[in-house]
Design a binder for this molecule. Sequence first.
Ligand SMILES: NC(=O)c1ccc[n+]([C@@H]2O[C@H](COP(=O)([O-])OP(=O)(O)OC[C@H]3O[C@@H](n4cnc5c(N)ncnc54)[C@H](O)[C@@H]3O)[C@@H](O)[C@H]2O)c1
Length: 312
Amino acid sequence: MIIIGGAGFIGSAFVREVNKRGIKPIVVDLLTYAGRKENLIGTEHEFIRADVRSEEIHDIVKNSDIVVNFAAETHVDRSIYRPQDFVTTNVLGVVNLLEAARKYDFKYVHISTDEVYGEECADEDSPLQPSSPYSASKASADLFVKAYVRTYGIKAIIVRPSNNYGPRQFPEKLIPKVIIRTFLNMHVPIYGDGRAERDWIYVEDTVRIIYDIMERSEWRGEVYNIPGGQRYSVLDVIKIIGEIMGKEVKVKFVDDRPGHDKRYCMTTKLKYEVTPLKEGLRKTVEWYLNNRWWWEDLIKDKFFTEDEPWKK
Ligand SMILES: NC(=O)c1ccc[n+]([C@@H]2O[C@H](COP(=O)([O-])OP(=O)(O)OC[C@H]3O[C@@H](n4cnc5c(N)ncnc54)[C@H](O)[C@@H]3O)[C@@H](O)[C@H]2O)c1
């Protein structure tokens, strides 16, 4: 098994999941700002540094039975600031892998997102209505996967998880940002009125569900939504984190993110149990407070330090 983007947040949790099931995967990652070898400490894997957009990827994947692709530019704010990398990695990188799948016949697991549906409540057959450059790039890649299944008969599936949280998430994202900034007695910038709703899922649940899907899929381009089924506003989440930390979260309302989706709302054809949000947040807070070495060097980043980082 090859896991591309396996040094990132969800990818490294997936490496742990397959280790539990007795698999030692090959991890392929470019190690951008978000990908870190530290995320793989304690796991069994072989590591190859490579770019999903490169020709070299074809040689790496050619003997694999299955390729799971987590590699992407993933931060919506960054996509507003500089969309180009989102097109090259999230679209052209995926097309590069699909070309390899055409030649070498491996099974391809494509990791997409609930953001492709936009604000409307959606099941697996709903139309794609992306709002941000990030979600537009993810939706484009999904369409290429479907086209390659239909045109060339490649074996692929598309999974669309909702908002993940948990250990090893880069501090540009809401939950680690709230935990770390509150720990450091800094204010937390909140876009608009803070009432935007997200559907939260603990990362260990996501990776377990992805693996279970892979075991029972027919590889004909099926789409699987993975919602957490726990919709909470940004302010609700902040309140819970404050309670867990026993500390006031100092909120500062700033201009809304351009094109900000007010909610994501996805249903699924799958059946599974997930970690309740409060329990998952408790584990997440504990992890960040016990692993300061992991984040101390990362918080100089503009997407952590600035209130509205997409503004040039
Ligand atoms: N985090 C979420 O809440 C969430 C929700 C739904 C879907 N997703 C999707 O899940 C996947 C993983 O997300 P994440 O949160 O772990 O992201 P992340 O930003 O933590 O990790 C992305 C990984 O991809 C690697 N990468 C980036 N560009 C690359 C390239 N050109 N070649 C090779 N590797 C490259 C990075 O180095 C990093 O290790 C993404 O496809 C994302 O769109 C994430």
